[in-house]
Design a protein around this ligand. Structure first.
Ligand code: NAD
Ligand code: GLY
Length: 387
C-alpha cells in the first residue's frame, strides 16, 4: 500500500514527493534514488539511539542496496539537544566525512532530528540535499513537510533556523506502532489543529478516525485482525493532513508578515501563542509540544467565543475532539500571570502587535492583532485552561 502524494516545492521549479504508506522503510533506497540527483553517493543518517535502534538498520541497508555509502550520526534524545552544540557536532561530522554538495543528509526520527538535520543541511556548504524520514505523528503530519528548520537557543524555541525544502519525505506509518502514548496524543493534537483551521471536511475526518480508533489502544490496531482497514484509514488521514499543509505552504512558503488572510501560513500556528508560552513557563519539562498546542487551541477558542465570533457549540465540539486525542497533563506550579508574560514574547511578534489565530467557525480561522483583544480576555482564557 503506497500512496504517493506529489507536492510542489514552493519557490522552486522542481517538485518533491511525499510517499505515504506501510512498510516503506524497506524502500528507502529506491525512494532516495528517485528524490536525489544522480552523481552523489553519500548519505548521512541523522537519528538518535532509540529510533536508530528500532528502524536504522532497515533504512541503512536499503540505502546501501541502492548504491549509497552511508554514515550515521546519532544525537542525544530530547528537545534540549536541538541546539547549537548538536548543530556544531553534526556539521563537524559532515566535514570529517568529507561530504560534498552532491551528497545528502537524511533525518530518521521526530521533529527534533528533522529540524536539526534540516538546518544543518541548509547551511553546510551553503546547502546540501535533505531527506526527511519522520517517525512520530507530529513529524509525519507537520514538521517534515513545509521546510521550516530550526534550533532552540537560551532565549526560546526555534529562534535560529531557515526555510529549506527537503528533496523528499518518506512516511512509513508502521513506525507509529512503537510511539509512546503521550507522543501519540501530542501528534493527534497537531492533527486536530490542522483540522480546525482547514475546513469541516478534515476536522470531521480527524474526529471520525479518533472515534473509530481510540488512542489508548493504538499500537494494538497494527496487529489486530482488522489491521488492513486501520492502516488504510491511518494512511488516508495522514495523506489528507499532509495535502492540506502542503497547499498552505505552497501559497505562502515563508509565512509572509504582510499576509492577514485565512490561507496565510500563519494559520498553522493556531494554538501556538499560548502553547509556546506554556512550554516556556514550564521550562519545557511538563508538556510535549503537541500537548501544549492542545491547551493553546482551547485558550484561543475561548477568546474567540468571548469576542462573540465563535459559538458555544463549536467550542464544545473542538474541546471534545481534543479530548479524543488523549489526556493532557495537569498543569502544575504556574500562574496565569507568568503564562501571559511569556505569551507577550512570542517569536511571531512582528513590531508591536502579536497576531492571534482565532476561529469564526470550525475550519474558518481569522487573524486578529492583540491590540483588538482585551488583556483581561486573554488572561481569562489562560485561567480557564489552568483550572
Ligand atoms: P521528538 O523528535 O522529540 O520525538 C519524540 C520522542 O519520540 C523522542 O523521544 C523520540 O526519540 C521518540 N521517537 C521518535 N520516533 C519514534 C518511534 N517511531 N517509536 C518510538 N519512539 C519514537 O518530538 P516530535 O514531537 O516528533 O517533534 C517535536 C519537535 O518538532 C519540536 O522541536 C518542535 O518545535 C518541532 N516542530 C517543527 C515543525 C516544523 O514545521 N519544522 C512543526 C511542528 C513541530
Ligand atoms: N508548523 C507550522 C508551520 O509549518 O508553519
Amino acid at each position: 500500500m503506497t500512496n504517493i502524494v506529489k507536492i510542489k516545492a514552493p519557490g522552486e521549479t522542481q517538485t518533491y514527493q511525499i510517499w505515504i504508506g506501510a512498510g516503506l522503510l524497506e524502500k528507502s533506497g529506491e525512494w532516495a534514488k528517485h528524490c536525489l540527483a544522480a552523481g552523489g553517493n553519500k548519505i548521512a543518517i541523522v537519528s538518535n539511539k532509540k529510533v536508530f535502534g528500532l528502524y536504522g538498520s532497515v533504512v541503512k541497508k536499503s540505502f546501501e542496496k541502492a548504491g549509497y555509502k552511508v554514515s550515521v550520526w546519532l544525537m542525544q534524545d530530547g528537545e534540549q539537544h536541538k541546539n547549537f552544540g548538536s548543530l556544531e557536532e553534526l556539521l563537524a561530522f559532515l566535514s570529517e566525512e568529507k561530504f560534498t554538495r552532491a551528497d545528502a543528509v537524511a533525518s530518521l526520527g521526530g521533529g527534533v532530528a528533522g529540524d536539526l538535520a534540516g538546518f544543518a543541511a541548509s547551511v553546510y556548504l551553503r546547502g546540501i540535499a535533505m531527506l526527511q524520514i519522520p517517525t512520530t505523528l507530529v513529524s509525519q503530519v507537520d514538521s517534515s513537510v513545509g521546510g521550516k528548520t530550526a534550533i532552540n537557543t537560551a532565549y526560546g524555541k526555534n529562534l535560529i533556523g531557515a526555510f529549506y525544502q527537503p528533496k523528499g519525505v518518506l512516511i512509513d506509518i508502521d513506525t507509529l506502532q512503537t510511539l509512546p502514548r503521550r507522543e501519540l496524543t501530542s501528534g493527534f493534537c497537531e492533527v486536530v489543529k490542522q483540522g480546525a483551521v482547514s475546513g469541516r471536511g478534515l476536522f470531521n475526518k480527524t474526529r471520525e478516525f479518533l472515534k473509530n480508533y481510540p488512542v489508548r489502544n493504538f499500537s494494538g490496531y497494527f496487529t489486530a485482525a482488522q489491521s488492513k482497514n486501520f492502516k488504510a484509514d491511518l494512511a488516508g488521514l495522514i495523506k489528507a493532513q499532509v495535502a492540506f499543509k502542503a497547499r498552505i505552504v505552497a501559497g505562502d512558503e515563508k509565512e509572509s508578515l504582510s499576509r492577514a488572510d485565512n490561507r496565510s501560513r500563519k494559520i498553522l500556528n493556531f494554538g501556538h501563542t499560548i502553547g509556546h508560552a506554556l512550554e516556556k513557563t514550564t521550562h519545557y519539562q511538563q508538556l510535549k509540544h503537541g500537548e501544549a498546542v492542545g491547551y493553546g487551541m482551547i485558550a484561543a477558542a475561548e477568546i474567540s467565543k468571548n469576542l462573540g465570533i465563535f459559538d458555544k457549540n463549536s467550542l464544545k465540539s473542538l474541546i471534545d475532539v481534543i479530548a479524543l486525542a488523549g489526556r493532557l497533563p495537569r498543569l502544575k506550579n504556574i500562574t496565569p500571570e507568568e503564562v501571559f508574560r511569556a505569551a507577550a514574547f512570542d517569536k511571531k511578534k512582528a513590531g508591536r502587535v502579536t497576531t492571534w489565530i482565532l476561529l469564526k467557525k470550525i475550519g474558518e480561522p481569522v487573524l486578529i492583532g492583540d491590540d483588538k483583544i482585551q488583556t483581561s480576555m486573554i488572561k481569562k482564557s489562560i485561567k480557564a485552561i489552568l483550572k
